[in-house]
Design a protein around this ligand. Structure first.
Ligand SMILES: [Cu+2]
Length: 356
């Protein structure tokens, strides 16, 4: 090798070192961002644009999950990551062939080997204890005040309230098409969109229904609709009551999930699974089917409205008489003022324009 080519290799090596150091610093910065993001960006009941952490909690179980994630496991993970990054950076800078031309030749260090075996054991135990406590909390069902049965279907949810006059509800996701039909009437809708198909139809429906999501037609008057999350018939539960939710499925495996409740349970055909929650804050809480169940998996969201006991009783009576518009009105009035209402907030949850 000539002198020049040796110099070139050495300089390339130094450039690589600089790049590696920069990458390490970048990784540490990302880890810190994730930590701080948890504390700042979160919302109750539904995801928000730019959200990084968990959705705000509405139950004791979710409080525990949030603590476990934000204040225990994540800091431990970040501390380990930072420790490894610093160690790696130290090794790169201190023991490269320029800084340390004659390396030592030792291969074993008993103290070090004991340390890197025993310390991780203690870290795992420190994670396992609160983790098992949380698991027991999730699966120790307190005495129920109310039991609801949820049945997954491809692709909607049925609900039954055996304790409340055996009322039954079917919850379908509200679509662009449904809002247009509710606004124009069936005949006018077919006239306007009957000739369209495929992506032309989807695009026309999407663009024409945009305003209807903000100012819904009479059928959903007063409700704040969230595209891809709102359903035609929400279920309601009274605030501060222990709810047992028995879950099953009519066809394939689905999963009933409300992040703010810390509830996620599979809906398995032929079996009954269960989850429980005791929501402490009135409001509307959204979730989505969380097991890939087929073509319209994304179109079977879950919406639960937590209301006062009186509003719940009124809602049960309205559902029993099959007056679903009145039932929707009761739920909307019961949480009026709790939901965010400004246009900015309303549009924050809307999708970006992908079909312009
Ligand atoms: Cu699904």
């Amino acid at each position: 090798m000539t002198k020049t080519s040796i110099a070139a290799v050495a300089s390339a090596g130094r450039a690589n070192q600089r790049r590696a150091s920069l990458a390490l610093v970048g990784m540490a910065a990302v880890a810190l961002l994730v930590l701080s993001g948890d504390a700042v960006l979160a919302a109750a009941g539904q995801p928000t644009t730019g959200q990084m952490g968990l959705q705000d909690s509405a139950t004791g179980v979710m409080d525990s999950i949030t603590w476990f994630h934000n204040s225990w496991v994540n800091p431990v993970i970040i501390a380990i990551t930072v420790f490894v990054v610093v160690l790696l950076a130290y090794v790169l800078l201190r023991f490269n062939e320029h800084a340390n031309p004659t390396p030592s030749r030792f291969t074993h260090h008993t103290g070090l080997e004991v340390a890197w075996t025993v310390i991780p054991i203690f870290i795992l135990i420190a994670i396992a204890i609160p983790s098992f406590k949380l698991l027991f909390l999730e699966y120790s069902f307190p005495k129920p005040d109310l039991t609801i049965k949820a049945i997954g279907n491809a692709w909607f949810w049925d609900y039954e309230y055996p304790d409340n006059d055996k009322i039954k509800i079917t919850a379908n996701m509200i679509t662009d098409e449904e809002l247009l039909i509710a606004s124009l009437g069936k005949d006018a809708y077919s006239k306007k969109y009957g000739g369209l198909g495929g992506t032309d139809l989807t695009k026309a429906q999407y663009l024409d229904s945009k305003q209807l999501w903000l100012t819904p037609p009479d059928k959903y008057a007063g409700l704040r609709l969230v595209r891809q999350l709102s359903v035609d018939n929400e279920i309601a539960v009274p605030v501060n009551k222990v709810v047992h939710l028995l879950i099953t499925s009519n066809d394939v495996i689905h999963s009933w999930t409300i992040p703010s409740f810390g509830s996620k349970q599979q809906a398995v055909p032929g079996r009954i699974t269960a989850t429980w929650f005791q929501p402490t804050k009135e409001g509307v809480y959204y979730g989505q089917c969380s097991v890939l169940c087929g073509k319209n998996h994304s179109s079977m969201p879950i919406a639960v409205r937590v209301v006062s006991e009186q509003a719940f009783a009124n809602w049960v009576a309205a559902v029993k008489s099959r007056d679903m518009k009145k039932a929707r009105g009761i739920l909307s009035a019961a949480t009026a003022g709790i939901e965010p209402r400004s246009v900015a907030e309303l549009t924050a949850g809307q999708p970006v324009d992908v079909v312009q």
